[in-house]
Design a protein around this ligand. Sequence first.
Ligand code: ATP
Ligand SMILES: Nc1nc2c(ncn2[C@@H]2O[C@H](COP(=O)(O)O)[C@@H](O)[C@H]2O)c(=O)[nH]1
Length: 295
Amino acid sequence: MADRQMPEVDRVAANRAAVAARQARAEVKARLRSGGLTPEQVLAESLDPETSAHSLRVTDFLLCLPSIGSAKMPRILAELTISDKKRLGGLGIHQRQRLENYLALRRLAAQQVPRLTVLAGPTAVGKGTVAAYIRENYPTISLSVSATTRAPRPGEINGTHYYFVSDAEFDRMITDGELLEWATVHNAYRYGTPRTPIEDSSRRGESVLLEIDLQGARQVREAMPEARLVFLSPPTWEELVRRLVGRGTESTDEQQRRLATAQVELAAQDEFDEVVVNDTVERAAERVVELMNTL
Ligand SMILES: Nc1ncnc2c1ncn2[C@@H]1O[C@H](COP(=O)(O)OP(=O)(O)OP(=O)(O)O)[C@@H](O)[C@H]1O
Ligand SMILES: Nc1nc2c(ncn2[C@@H]2O[C@H](COP(=O)(O)O)[C@@H](O)[C@H]2O)c(=O)[nH]1
């Protein structure tokens, strides 16, 4: 029956039921996100038409799982040949089986391979500040130390903040395949992630954090698709401008150039698995570490 032909009392009841169902689904999503329910439990529950898991969309279900964002989710659905219109309760037997297998493989992979996490984002959003806070306050997280051709700033220590190398040495590192990724950043100096320390940390079962630029993040995604990409985003555009100008380390021309690049970089955030807003340094760092400690 068309909505307008429904008696008023039925329409009110139908609306109430729809709102209640939406709330129940939101609750399932919240419990999935907080780890209160495992994905396997939700999938099992969805067999029962009385549960809210039954009417949860497969798209929403996947988006609640750590490291699955709006870019990765359609790829997974395509691999599992499941339509983005499907709800968990409406999965065919083979679709359900493929989803169960996918979850089982994910769990296994997460247990065996310590995750590499990449933190990237536009200039002056606070990547360096958040990474430094993590270095000081979360000693179990190991931070990759990049090689760079720029000169040290006051207080920077070779081997702690960067490996400061000459152009010739950087060329050699590239030729010898020593870098997992590298890029010329802000049209100025070259920066790269040494490969061996990452492999050693992985073998020791440590979670490693890379604070690098967008070009580097894309290279890591190619080389290590299992890496988790986290985009650090500013609370607002105005705040980003304030941070860049307030830092006072670039000329006005350079600030304009970086802001133009920042607009392009902000548009790339859908490529990332997670977005963390850097409102306060403490909260942003806590959220990044929380992501690193979840599957
Ligand atoms: N949460 C925050 N609230 C207020 N100011 C912040 C916050 N995070 C960082 N800042 C300030 O913003 C400025 C830029 O931070 P930072 O240098 O860490 O950015 P970045 O992303 O590493 O930049 P770049 O990519 O250009 O090297 C600094 O002055 C820093 O103190
Ligand atoms: N692609 C890479 N980018 C890197 C790496 N290490 C740092 N960076 C990025 O460079 C800029 C500038 O850093 P600064 O210390 O000179 O201010 C910043 O955006 C970093 O994220 C790297 O190994 N690879």
